[in-house]
Design a protein around this ligand. Structure first.
Ligand code: C5P
Length: 247
């Protein structure tokens, strides 16, 4: 079914290491012998479904990132395109989408875009495939997980004002998948409004288009604070051992 569409990927990687308490961009940090970014890219490079891979990086980090990932694209015979990031994630994503809009390599009319945070190195090939299938069906899809903790709404003093019903809330992750034309149109409206969103589904919701959430994996965590790296390492080790039964 996915043969009737072409898929481009946008990987926003132009963030920082502020909440990790490090002075470098957290995606450059080592994780089991490779950088966080290399783990993330590999899933997309290895997927036959992805036609073009747009990596959004800070202008002054381009050389460093290029140096770090040199060779990884050759291994899979797929080119990675570098695009400049912006001050906010939203701006970085828009820059990546603009590249896809102008790209002349599309061969079919139906185009999907998958957006995935560079800081999520634990996405599996299978979840990526499932997400793309759902994207084809619904045109706007997010990957989420039911929340484990109870949620409290608080005021500016930290006083609880409400305890919403947890069963109605999901934590939203990436990848998020969209019909490319739909997302471009929605981002244009949002940019005119001046609003800022922390995820791309929010942009489509703002434009009144339905967004489908499909269940993902708790393992698909975002490297944000130092303990996330410890968890990510443990998960990767377990996966490696599962690939080598008997050890
Ligand atoms: O900061 P946070 O972890 O929420 O960022 C999510 C993703 O967006 C990360 O992969 C980060 O590199 C990227 N990002 C970006 N441009 C920004 C801020 C974040 O590409 N200005």
């Amino acid at each position: 079914m996915l043969e009737s569409v072409e898929v481009g990927a946008v990987i926003p990687a132009a963030g920082s290491g502020k909440r990790m308490n490090v002075s470098v961009n957290k995606i450059m940090l080592p994780l089991l012998g490779r950088s966080v970014l290399e783990h993330t890219l590999e899933v997309f490079l290895a997927s036959d479904l992805i036609k073009i891979l747009v990596l959004v990086v800070k202008t002054d980090e381009k050389d460093g990132v290029y140096h770090q990932i040199r060779g990884i694209d050759n291994k899979y015979g797929k080119k990675i395109v570098f695009v400049d990031g912006g001050a906010e994630r939203q701006e970085s994503v828009v820059n990546g989408l603009e590249y896809l809009r102008r790209w002349t390599g599309w061969k079919v009319r139906k185009r999907l875009v998958v957006i995935h945070d560079a800081a999520r190195p634990l996405l599996t090939k299978e979840l990526l495939r499932q997400s793309l299938m759902a994207g084809l069906d619904y045109g706007a899809v997010g990957i989420g997980v039911p929340l484990k903790d109870t949620i409290k709404q608080v005021d500016s003093e930290g006083i609880v004002v409400a305890t919403p019903d947890r069963s109605k809330f999901w934590g939203i992750k990436t990848p998020q998948i969209f019909d490319l034309d739909l997302l471009l149109e929605c981002y244009q409206k949002v940019n005119e409004s001046g609003l800022l969103f922390t995820d791309d589904c929010g942009v489509v919701e703002y434009c009144g288009h339905p967004v489908k959430l499909i269940p993902g994996s708790y393992e698909n965590l975002k490297i944000t604070t130092p303990e996330d790296l410890i968890l990510a390492e443990a998960i990767l080790r377990r996966r490696e051992n599962a690939d080598r039964p008997g050890i």
